[in-house]
Structure formats: structure tokens, C-alpha cells
Ligand binder design. Sequence first.
Ligand SMILES: [Fe+2]
Length: 279
Amino acid sequence: MEFTTLKSEASLHHLGIESGDPRILAEFYAKTMQMKMISSDNGTWHCLGPNRLLVFLKGKGQRLSFAAFACRDEQSLDQIKSRVDKEGLDWKPFKSPFLKDGAFSVLDPDDHTISFGVPIKIKQQNDSLYAPLQHLTLQSLDLEKFIDFYENKLGFAVSDRVINSDGELTTCFLRSNREHHSLACFKSQRVGMDHHSYEVGDWNLIKDWCDHFSNLGVKLFWGPGRHGPGNNLFTFIQDCDGNKLEISAELEIVTDRKPVDWPHEARTLNLWGDALMRS
Ligand SMILES: [Fe+2]
């Protein structure tokens, strides 16, 4: 198996999220995630913070417009593009003010737009709490197709899987660098975005973020807890559209190990307590 995306050390760079009112959603992130909001064309808003970047577009609420992965250089981007060509996937140029020319996108089996590009260096404010955007989790009816696309076609690597008592795959975690997952997917009755996550690294920063949320009157939605796969500490909030955001710490760094299959049970999702089961 050729792990092209993993070899390129790609990382989740920014997300496009649709909303009925992108300005209100951008205001939420500007305040809650300490980002600077900038108006763009067609009612689109950009929110920028240190190592976190979100684009809010007019559309259907809670819908992922695109996920953009950053490659470390043009050479690694070209390697992914060659792989995409070799696999016979259709790709389109992807225009973004945050990526250099040459970025491109493909559609995954659930019609999610996934793009790859080399980021343009942007000056970012550094006076806010640390929380780089780190992973995206989706929901799908068919995880076998999901893994086939991301692992067999794009060259992400499966880190861990969750399997139910009938032997069905219910969750998969894929990495595009040494972090346990930059992309994950839950089997669900719906297709779309489950949550996006910011990796703060240190437990104390989860506390600082929780205090910050409390000062704004934003209640925790789930956690704190510790996931089994990835072993990361977590807490979740919801934005004003109902999108779920995770603040994570201590995510496993995978160097060289085989994927582990975990049982589909609450403890796998949260070693400390109650779980938010998707199926
Ligand atoms: Fe997560």
C-alpha cells in the first residue's frame, strides 16, 4: 500500500462551512474561538486565528462546503496529484486565498469536497489561546467506501477502527501525518460533518478554554473525557448553528504500529464516562 498523503505529512488547514447566516456564525467563532473575522465576496466570511482558519459561506446550515489539507511543499502536492491521476479520480483546480496556485480538489464518495494545496503564509494574531485546527470528523452511511477512498485511493493511513458485535465497522480514524487522526468518520444514518477539532496539546489549556467558554456563557456539550482511540482528552461545545467543536489534548503520535480494532461500546468513545454514540 502506498501512503501518499501520509508521506506528504499533510495537515488539516482550513474548513469551509455553510450557514443560513454566515455573518452570525463568523461572529460566534470570532468571539468564542478568538479569531479575527473578515468579510469576503458573496456574503462569505473568513475567520482567522493563530493556526486556525475557517470560511463561512451562505448555504445550508451544518453543511461542509470543503476541507482543505495543507501539503508541506509543491513536491508533496504533486505526488498526491499524480496519485489521484493514477487512481483515475476526477480533480478540479481549487481556488483559495489561503493556498498557492496549483491547489486541487476531489470529491469523496459522499460528495464532500477535499482539497490539497500549499498554504500561503499569513500573518496571524498571537494574543489568543493556543488551539490549532487539527481534525475533521464526518458521518457516512458506508465506512468501507470511505476507507477505500481515503486509504486506497489517496493514501491516508488507518490508525484505528471501531467494530460492533456484528462485525460491522462503525468508526474509522485516518492519519495524514504522525498525529493519530486528521480525519475520522462515524457510521451514521446521515451523511455530513460530525465535528471539527482543535488540538491544544496540554490538559491545562483545555481548562483555560473551558473557563473562557464559561465567561462567554457557552456551556460544554460533552466532556471533559478521554477517547480510547487516539487516547486524547477532549471537551465539546456547539456553535450557534449546532456544529460541534472539540478542544483536544494529548492526541497520540503514531510512529509505527498496526491499526487496532476497538469494540463498539461507550467506553471506547469515552474512557471516563458517558459517550455520544452515533450508531
Ligand atoms: Fe474528534
